[in-house]
Design a protein. Structure first.
Length: 143
């Protein structure tokens, strides 16, 4: 199973700052990811929370499950959540960090990811396509 985690405010996609994040909703993105997973005969679960603790709990749960890879958009938690970073560091599967926007073209505080040092790779700046690229890479990694 591939686990896709969406952080805070991503439930507002499609209406929140569409010039930055696009018009696709989170439901649209999840549907597209599930379609690709089905075509590749892979189970995919999505989970969104605005709560740091809920995301940490879901990451920790994945350790006991048959999760083969994680795709995570930590959103604002990217820049300061040591709790999410530490939970991800405890997971021994490929992890791809995803961002809809190019965080390095935005405000200075968004340039630092505390998550990046513990993940397999990062994909940013391709809108909803960042998730698709991440899923394609995860499928290659778990082959």
């Amino acid at each position: 199973m591939i686990l896709v985690l969406h952080g805070p405010n991503l439930n507002l996609l499609g209406t929140r700052e569409p010039d930055v994040y696009g018009l696709q909703t989170l439901a649209d993105i999840n549907e597209e990811l599930k379609k690709i997973a089905t075509e590749n005969d892979v189970e995919l679960e999505t989970f969104q929370s605005n709560s740091e603790g809920d995301l940490v709990d879901r990451i920790q749960q994945s350790i006991a499950e048959e999760v083969e890879a994680i795709i995570i958009n930590p959103a604002a938690y990217t820049h300061y959540s040591i709790a999410i970073r530490d939970a991800l560091a405890a997971v021994e599967v490929p992890i791809i960090e995803v961002h809809l926007s190019n965080i390095y073209q935005r405000e200075e505080f968004r340039h630092k990811s505390v998550i990046s040092p513990v993940v397999t790779g990062q994909i940013a700046g391709f809108g909803a396509g960042s998730y698709i690229l991440a899923l394609q890479q995860v499928l290659r990694l778990i082959g």
